[in-house]
Write a protein of this length. Structure first.
Length: 538
């Protein structure tokens, strides 16, 4: 239902012709006022990517017509998956950890992440398939060995049972049984690298018994955030496991009715695309666990503007850079890690070059200064507190991709990682900061972004109030929530309620749609204050 009367203080304009046309309102628009804590999107720092990754990202961006930040995140997630089983990163004598990365892209369904992942993840799938095919003979031999072992065990067990019934001594049989138990054949480890909708127990067991390096990749993040593993009864276990995997910590599961297992020395990469309303629903029902446990703080987040509606057909072109990227990933995966049955992956450690270490410390300190009240990251302290760790991790991924798992991480990799992670940090501020505001202002910010993105995507200047109530953000689908959000946006000069025949429609300030509005804080991510505080950034 649409509002019968405008919200309080919300003026209704007639179209330019006074007859409900979609023309501009009779009075000119003024510069829109930013909402509290609002920042504008900035261009992704593609120049920071190593040339081999940047070339592949550019080719896929052009071929698929997907947002470049989505493509870059997918490429870096694939690189993280390949690098995490080759080396760890040491920032100091007491700070050593994985180079694994978690990515979260908030975007609408249909933005082609599945296509992007398919193109950039081709080498991963081919490696996984080839390893499974190669293991068929080994698995057959293991099945035969296991059957032979079981037959020997059953024979000893039968003798012991018979002697026990006859009242004979069975200590010798017990010793034989203990001896044979130590010789039970271990199942061969066959790499399974990609998971999507998986329970925490199945994932943990696979990492413990099959292959200790994997990734959760999903173009429909609702299958993960809205799946059984994130249900009321299991979310705490799932978040605990995923947080421990990011940290590289051990995770022990004891079961009375099934085999217990321990995840040690495992590595995990995550790359999710989730629709805005799915993320909102998840945050509404997770009882604060995902933020309180710092689960979301571990992610490099982004919310690209959709390109739907502007992706005209293009004839496919050759993609040599993409082929080279997949070839490099294949080489990294072919370098199989050393796996200890009790400790998991046994990995070499990459140290930081002294100059790279000095730059990392400068970035660390610059971020820390912005956590205080009034600082750039006061509203996303949880995310910012993990940023320096992510800088070191990404620097490790870039180093391994370019140089392999040897040597030391240099200044170039560290500078590139710092630029990319800082971009994500400001993106996270724009995405998560509204969650710290009042419900009304947060709804207004969400509606504002939805309106601007949709207007740009569909080439229109607004939408009927009925369309917004029926198809807009979940937080503004109730009339009273919509009216309050619209009132806030109108007071900031961002929208107007225009009479459109018998209907009313929200029109968006054209300066927001065409990008000419002076609509960002001075510390917006295209020229962040944090960047100005890091000497030698460029």
């Amino acid at each position: 239902m649409q509002p019968k009367t405008p919200p309080a203080g919300f003026r209704v304009f007639k179209g330019a012709n006074g007859n409900g046309s979609h023309g501009a309102a009779t009075s000119p628009w003024s510069q829109p006022v930013p909402l509290v804590g609002q920042i504008e999107r900035a261009d992704y720092p593609l120049s920071a990517l190593p040339e081999a990754i940047r070339g592949a990202v550019s080719e896929v961006t052009d071929a698929v017509q997907a947002p470049p930040e989505m493509v870059a995140s997918s490429a870096l997630a694939v690189a993280s998956l390949a690098a995490q089983s080759l080396a760890d990163v040491r920032r100091s004598e007491t700070l050593t950890g994985p180079c694994s990365l978690y990515f979260l892209t908030v975007a609408e369904s249909g933005d082609r992440k599945s296509t992007v992942d398919r193109l950039l993840g081709r080498a991963v799938r081919e490696f996984q398939d080839s390893q499974r095919d190669a293991a068929k003979v080994t698995m057959a031999a293991h099945t035969a060995d296991l059957s032979a072992w079981q037959a020997k065990r059953d024979a000893i067990d039968g003798k012991m049972t018979g002697d026990a019934k006859a009242g004979k001594d069975i200590d010798g049989h017990r010793a034989d049984l203990a001896q044979i138990e130590t010789g039970k054949p271990d199942a061969p480890r066959v790499p399974r690298l990609i998971f999507e909708d998986v329970t925490s127990e199945k994932l943990g067991r696979a990492l413990a018994t099959e292959w200790p390096s994997a990734g959760i990749f999903s173009s429909e993040g609702g299958a993960v955030l809205g799946g059984h593993s994130m249900g009321k009864d299991s979310i705490a276990r799932t978040l605990s496991l995923l947080n421990k995997l990011w940290d590289g910590a051990s995770h022990v599961v004891d079961r009375a009715t099934s085999a217990s297992f321990a995840v040690r020395g495992a590595r995990m990469t995550i790359s999710l695309q989730v629709q805005p309303h799915v993320l909102g629903d998840f945050l509404d029902r997770d009882r604060g666990m995902s933020r309180g446990s710092d689960f979301l703080a571990r992610f490099l987040a982004s919310q690209p503007a959709s390109l739907q509606g502007s992706r005209m057909y293009r004839e496919p072109q050759a993609t040599p850079e993409l082929h080279a990227f997949n070839a490099r990933i294949a080489d990294m995966l072919a370098d199989l890690p050393t796996i200890d049955g009790e400790r998991g992956l046994l990995l070499p450690t990459l140290d930081l070059d002294p100059i790279a270490k000095a730059h990392w410390v400068t970035v660390y300190d610059a971020i820390e200064t912005q956590l205080s009240s009034g600082g750039d990251f006061a509203s996303v302290r949880d995310v910012a507190s993990k940023a320096a760790d992510n800088v070191a991790r990404l620097a490790g991924v870039l180093h391994v991709f370019e140089n392999g798992p040897g040597g030391v991480i240099g200044l170039r990799s560290m500078q590139a990682a710092a630029r990319i992670v800082t971009w994500h940090l400001y993106s996270a501020r724009g995405l998560f900061a509204p969650l710290t505001l009042s419900r009304e202002v947060a709804n207004a910010a969400t509606l504002d972004r939805w309106l601007i993105d949709r207007c740009r995507m569909e080439g229109v200047d607004g939408f009927s109030t009925r369309d917004v109530l029926n198809g807009g953000p979940n937080g503004t689908r109730k009339r009273e929530d919509f009216e309050k959000a619209a009132e806030i946006l109108a007071a900031h000069g961002r929208v107007r309620l225009v009479q459109d025949g018998k209907r009313k429609r929200l029109t968006v300030n054209p300066m927001l749609v065409d990008g000419t509005a002076d609509d960002a804080d001075d510390d917006a991510p295209d020229s962040p204050m944090i960047e100005k505080r890091v000497e030698g950034w460029n």
